[in-house]
Design a protein around this ligand. Structure first.
Ligand code: GTP
Ligand code: SPV
Ligand code: MN
Length: 613
């Protein structure tokens, strides 16, 4: 109906809008005129709306309704096999100047890119509904709420965004009342339906564009329906655009979990952790300690905003409202708290396997492997199939308030004081289980040189070691050297006595037999205990060229069946390995050119000297 009279149609969409906020109406109208949807729908965020859209997605074949007994109000979706993860090579930071995007980002001239995108988006919503989702990252009651509006032609995105962010009528009202700035975040799966075209279960386009305009603070995402490519409040806003806002406003937007840990004396500490994608954030965020008397509660599993507080401390807040967690490896043995949250239902699973009785399964969920499944591609699957039943980047999308161990502080609109930061990666060699930084600057150096083997969370080769500064490599919205400089600058603005201590961790080091040297998961609480005792000044450490490592008996290993050889392999500082590491860091730093902060470059000289004895 709209195709021949898109102008009049767009006017009508705006006239029927549940808001009078002119800036928003102008943008919605502009997008409707460009994308020419069949209809425009304003998302209110209600349960009834969610249920209705889920019903439509079942009808369209996008959703499979799961057994109400097993997983109430839950659905499974299966993507196009070519749309299964973030696409880093199709992700762009289109700053006015190329140097402002830096060497870690793809860049194109913003007006050239706008031209390409306008062509791609022209008519891209034919035959579809255009959904308008008002959302806020962080709390609506925060001192400085960060608003956004996602326009999308995917109901899967609408329902996923309802789990992952605070969306709907209340947000729209406050945005309008305060005439707030909002990030315009435009998304289309890029699969217009012309007269007579049949739809597919997972519409997407072979060509994908995930584009950010940092000066304008806008996002244009085309061609993918998956995760961080399409749920634009998450990586695109809360990390890439937010990192630019944070640079300009004096705070930090980070790829971190937040954990509250309480010791047997009842004293609590807040610890954040930056690990690259699929390197253990959700698992640590939901840890079930294996040591007596220690209690863990979570505040978040993926994104942390760090702001200087009034009393000279750093405060952390989780801007999200749900988990978009890696399914494989999540099981009752490894992550019971995630399993409990998922079991309450109200979840969307993507690219997992289906059991014959209407449940879901993925590798590592149970020790016992089901005799028959439908795999993520829709094929019959048995343990003999020889392929994974669930895609390695399959995900559960679950509301965070279903977490039994959710910390009360999650609900603090302006966050809570931060006591320690962990940087971690997936490294088979070199990096010990845990290392305490000599000081804050060494800690930033450890973050700046963080490295990890690549995972299935992004399209591309898996298992290749790459440097991933602060686990933000794919998410820094500006020049990486400027980003490190900003870390130095922001930390200069808080009380130096209140700076968190920084630790480097590695749950993934291999032992002499090729297995994991450290059992990981809940046993990581033993490392956290040492961290807290270091904060309190009660735990012993050995000084090594790379930092402070626990002495053999400083780690509480009570009740743990760990061989002396494994412990040694986990904690070892091997000079030969570190000489290679220094050479690799030299190569890495060379890539920054002049934008590498001198203080961080200086840390490398110190490390080189210590390693060479
Ligand atoms: P993103 O959501 O992509 O940012 O990932 P994440 O950092 O939250 O990673 P997650 O906790 O989902 O873990 C990814 C994979 O690592 C899963 O398959 C886990 O089972 C595995 N994993 C997590 N923690 C540990 C650990 O301590 N030891 C070992 N060996 N594996 C772990
Ligand atoms: C990550 O890749 O770091 C994720 C998943 O958390 S996605 O939302 O797809 O970015
Ligand atoms: Mn992540």
């Amino acid at each position: 109906m709209a195709k021949n009279s898109s102008l009049a149609f767009a006017d009508r969409a705006v006239a029927e809008a549940p808001t009078s906020y002119g800036k928003l109406l102008d943008w919605v109208k502009e997008v409707a005129e460009l994308t020419e949807p069949d209809s425009v729908y304003w998302v209110d965020g209600s349960q009834a709306e969610y249920d209705r859209l889920a019903g439509e997605l079942v009808e369209a074949g996008t959703f499979v309704k799961l057994s109400e007994d097993k997983l109430p109000n839950s659905y499974a979706a299966f993507s196009d096999p070519a749309d299964v993860a973030r696409v880093e090579d199709r992700t762009f930071i289109c700053s006015e100047k190329e140097e402002d995007a830096g060497f870690t980002n793809n860049w194109m001239d913003p007006s050239e890119m706008k031209g390409i995108l306008k062509d791609a988006f022209a008519g891209s919503m034919h035959g579809r509904t255009m959904y308008v989702i008002p959302f806020v990252m962080g709390h609506l009651e925060a001192d400085d709420p960060k608003f956004g509006v996602e326009i999308t032609d995917s109901a899967y995105v609408v329902n996923s965004m309802r789990i992952m962010a605070r969306i709907g009528t209340d947000v729209l009202k406050k945005m309008e009342e305060t005439e707030a700035f909002f990030v315009p975040a435009l998304h289309s799966v890029g699969a217009p339906l012309e007269e007579g075209d049949a739809d597919v279960a997972w519409p997407c386009n072979e060509t994908k564009w995930i584009v950010h305009f940092p000066e304008e603070r806008s996002i244009w995402s085309y061609g993918s329906g998956y995760g961080g490519n399409a749920l634009l409040g998450k990586k695109c806003y809360a990390l890439r655009i937010a990192s630019v806002m944070a640079r300009d406003e004096g705070w930090l937007a980070e790829h971190m979990l937040i954990l509250k840990l309480t010791n047997p004396e009842g004293k609590s500490y807040t610890i954040s952790g930056a690990f690259p994608s699929a390197c253990g954030k959700t698992n640590l965020a939901l840890i079930e300690p294996t040591i007596d008397g220690w209690k863990a509660e979570t505040l978040g599993d993926d994104i942390t905003w760090i702001r200087p507080g009034k009393d000279g401390e750093f405060r952390v807040v989780n801007p999200e409202a749900g988990y978009f967690g890696v399914a494989p490896g999540t099981g009752w043995g490894t992550n019971p708290n995630a399993m409990k949250a998922i079991s309450q239902g109200n979840s969307i699973f993507t690219n997992v396997a289906l059991t014959d009785d209407g449940g879901v399964w993925w590798e590592g969920m149970t020790d016992e492997v089901p005799a028959h499944l439908t795999d993520w591609r829709g094929n019959d699957w048995t343990p003999e199939s020889g392929t994974p039943a669930a895609h390695p980047n399959s995900r559960f999308c679950t509301p965070i308030d279903q977490t039994e161990m959710l910390a009360d502080e999650y609900n603090e609109p302006n966050g809570v004081k931060l006591d320690a930061i962990l940087f971690g990666g997936r490294r088979k060699t070199t990096i010990p289980l845990v290392t305490e930084s000599f000081d804050w600057e060494d800690g930033i150096f450890k973050g700046a040189t963080l490295s990890s083997e690549t995972t299935a969370a992004a399209v591309g080769a898996v298992g290749v070691v790459r440097r991933d500064p602060m686990a933000m490599l794919p998410f820094i919205g500006y020049d990486a050297g400027d980003y490190l400089e900003h870390w130095v600058k922001v930390s200069g603005e808080v009380d130096q006595a209140k700076l968190p201590k920084i630790y480097l961790v590695n749950w993934f080091r291999r032992n002499r037999d090729g297995g994991f040297a450290w059992p990981g998961f809940g046993e990581n609480s033993r490392v956290l205990k040492w961290v807290v005792e270091r904060l309190e000044g009660t735990a012993d450490a050995t000084e090594t060229p790379v930092g402070y490592i626990p002495t053999a008996d400083a780690l509480d290993l009570t009740g743990l069946d760990l061989s002396a050889a494994d412990l040694e392999d986990a904690l070892r500082v091997d000079t030969g390995e570190w000489k290679d590491e220094v050479a690799s860091i030299e190569e890495w730093f060379a890539r920054f050119g002049a934008s590498l902060p001198a203080s961080i470059a200086g840390q490398l000289d110190g490390l080189r000297q210590r390693v060479n004895g």
